[in-house]
Design a protein around this ligand. Structure first.
Ligand code: IVH
Length: 665
């Protein structure tokens, strides 16, 4: 191929790759598959290999990292990167607003723009004639470290600017971070490869960005949100217009920035962000409130290192320090043994926390958590609180190590560790603890919905050996039930009626009731839609299951394992002989919730939040994260906080999780 035509082809490929890259990493809206992208990328690499003279620094092929450095060079900037003063309360924000008005000599409301305060690392990017030439850390504001090679590996940062009005020189500032999902995945990978596990996304981002070997940085899921530019030849009227320009040039910019015309609106938005914090894809530690008008910003100026026109309004910390009083284990439905730390009670983000999960033995060992340790705990919204790390300097020497017992604390059976998991399990399928959770689950609202079959009753039935498997529930009679503690004949009669009523159910509920590992409400429904009867699942193979959209390999294996097991087939047959009638799920999604908006808050114990949202959407409703007068229902799980209060204030109907399940099923 002649050079001019190769050049053209290369340019065309770069253009396409850059567009797809931008769609994928900045807009979250890919148009082609990863495989299709790879084909184009390969083509570019082949051509560049044949024509090395045509390789340019802005080619997508230059994102893989370069030879390791000995050390970072220093960069000195003319316009320092400022820091922000912090506000911790509404009063402090109102004082800030007063100061702004005083300096601007106005009594009118100020136009503010509010943005998330990303919990990452501040970085500056320099573009010359539209090409990325330098990337540097903030450092002390004036002198930072040059990390251009590392910056180039971050796919959401354009190597070449797009759009109109590109200034000759442009300095863009923003925050480099790692999203929460990516962080979790990164840590799993790190653990698998026996590499450092990071304490939080910020540390992971910092460790990845300050790598002397940019090939390592290239493998880390860093991203960058841009929020400002240093002074340049284009004069912008407002911060809002700067964000718009940045977006146009190809940078990732938050969609959450909003302009407000009163302090009241700013405070309401702060509350909204506080509520939605846990649903954001990345961690934030506050909001940044900026005077929107650039001419007003100029008039306000800066004092020492922070501007008078902006401030960080911090969110309550999601981490607290407390002490582990004891460590005990819980035995779940599938026999999984989870170590749990009993804590000296502490308030985190407005909720009292007494327990935190330690996940499994590997986590205990990795963090070296001991009984008596002073620890940092983390609580975020719906997630079970967890121990983040031990404060080793607080040790007195009296702390005790903990190991998961080799026998089940409930039934004394042997405890085994799954080969490819870090989970210990009680091997006794008839373990009372397992049996109890299985029966409780079987009878619960989202499953067979046996009214009155609560924890206490199940406990008695199981410990007195009246119930050893779910089908035994349907052989209970008045005599057995009324012989139980605190059970009058009338209540016993009610239970029998509830049992009878529960026999008429749907295939989906029944599948869920079986308590198959990894199979939740939603997956059960999907299975019910795909299969005509429960027996059709007895000899289904894994591949057929994986072909169903929402079912992954792990779930597929769990399903086939469950139905292959003769004991399970027998149990199902027995239940059907006892009169269970399974209605087939309708294929069509209903529109019973059309025009209705649901908000979920607090900890849901039976549903995962996404599942719950999908259930609403499947019925034509909308799931939203903030409560307003327009909200139809607020579903409040355990420890629901301010959204519940707001719903009550606004007179919005509040449902429990069970109430919601009843409604959908
Ligand atoms: S504006 C004067 N906007 O907060 C303007 N900063 O203490 C200062 N930060 O190191 C920066 N999110 O990295 C701005 N939306 C945002 C921000 C933000 C996070 C960080 C920034 C800086 C620190 C300021």
């Amino acid at each position: 191929m002649s050079n001019p035509s190769a050049k053209k082809q290369i340019e065309n490929l770069r253009q396409q790759l850059n567009d797809h890259n931008h769609r994928y990493y900045v807009l979250d809206d890919p148009e082609i598959s990863d495989a299709q992208y790879d084909v184009l990328y390969r083509e570019l690499l082949d051509l560049e290999e044949k024509h090395p003279e045509l390789v340019t620094p802005d080619s997508p092929s230059q994102r893989v990292g370069a030879a390791p450095l000995e050390s970072f060079n220093k960069v000195t900037r003319k316009e320092p990167m400022l820091s922000l003063s912090n506000l911790f309360s509404e009063e402090e924000f109102l004082e800030f607003d007063k100061r702004v008005k005083k300096v601007l000599e106005t009594e009118e409301e100020i136009e503010y723009i509010v943005e998330p305060k990303y919990d990452g690392l501040a970085v500056e990017l320099i573009y010359e004639k539209g090409l990325l030439v330098t990337g540097a850390t903030r450092g002390d504001g004036t002198v930072g470290e040059e990390i251009t090679q590392n910056i180039k590996t971050i796919k959401s940062i354009p190597l070449k600017l797009t759009g109109k009005n590109i200034p000759k020189t442009l300095s863009v500032r923003g925050e480099v971070l790692i999203g929460i999902k990516d962080f979790k995945k990164l840590n799993l990978d790190q653990e698998k490869n026996e590499e450092t596990v990071f304490a939080n996304p910020r540390n992971a981002a910092a460790g990845s960005l300050r790598q002397l070997n940019s090939q390592i940085t290239a493998k880390r899921p860093l991203t960058m949100y841009c929020y400002s530019i240093a002074e340049n030849e284009i004069s912008f009227p407002s911060q809002e217009s700067i964000l718009k320009a940045l977006k146009g040039w190809g940078f990732r910019v938050t969609p959450l920035a909003q302009v407000f015309h009163s302090t009241k609106e700013v405070l309401a938005y702060y509350d909204k962000i506080k509520e939605e914090r846990d649903q954001l894809p990345y961690e934030i530690d506050g909001v940044v409130i900026k005077v929107n008008s650039l001419s007003q910003q100029k008039n306000l100026g800066t004092i020492t290192k922070s501007p008078r026109w902006a401030a960080a309004f911090k969110l309550p910390s999601q981490q607290e320090v407390t002490q582990i009083e004891e460590i005990f284990v819980q035995v779940g439905r599938t026999g999984a043994i989870t170590p749990v730390a009993a804590l000296k009670p502490v308030r985190v983000g407005g909720v009292e926390v007494r327990r935190a999960t330690l996940h499994n033995q590997d986590e205990i060992d990795r963090k070296d958590v001991r009984i008596g340790d002073t620890v940092v705990i983390h609580r975020a919204g719906d997630v079970i609180p967890e121990v983040v790390k031990v404060i080793a300097t607080k040790r007195t020497g009296k702390e005790k190590k903990f190991t998961i017992p080799t026998t089940c604390p409930v039934c004394s059976a042997h405890v085994e560790r799954d080969e490819d998991e870090s989970i210990h399990r009680c091997t006794n399928f008839s373990c009372i603890a397992q049996l109890k959770s299985r029966i409780e689950h079987f009878a619960s609202k989202g499953a067979m919905d046996i009214d009155g079959m609560g924890d206490k009753l199940v406990e008695q039935l199981v410990t007195q050996k009246k119930v050893e498997e779910p089908s035994d529930l349907y052989t209970l009679d008045l005599e057995i039930l009324s012989s139980l503690e605190r059970m009058a004949e009338k209540s016993a009669q009610n239970i029998l009626e509830a049992l009878e009523k529960s026999k008429k159910t749907t295939l989906g509920r029944f599948i869920f009731a079986l308590g198959i590992r990894h199979v939740g409400v939603q997956a059960s429904k999907i299975l019910a839609k795909q299969f005509d009867s429960i027996q059709a699942l007895y000899d289904v193979d894994e591949e057929a299951l994986i072909e169903i959209n929402e079912i992954g390999p792990e779930m597929a294996r769990s399903i086939t394992d469950f139905f292959k097991e003769p004991k399970n087939q027998n149990q199902i047959n027995k239940l059907i002989e006892l009169g269970l009638q399974l209605k087939k799920e309708e294929k069509k999604v209903s529109d019973e919730f059309a025009g209705k908006t649901f908000v979920f808050t607090g900890t849901l114990t039976k549903l995962d939040r996404n599942e719950a949202k999908k259930m609403v959407e499947d019925r034509g409703g909308k799931a939203s994260s903030s409560v307003s007068k327009k909200t139809s229902f607020v579903v409040a799980g355990e420890s629901a906080g301010s959204k519940l209060t707001k719903a009550q204030e606004l007179g919005v109907e509040v449902l429990t999780e069970d109430g919601f399940l009843e409604m959908v099923q």
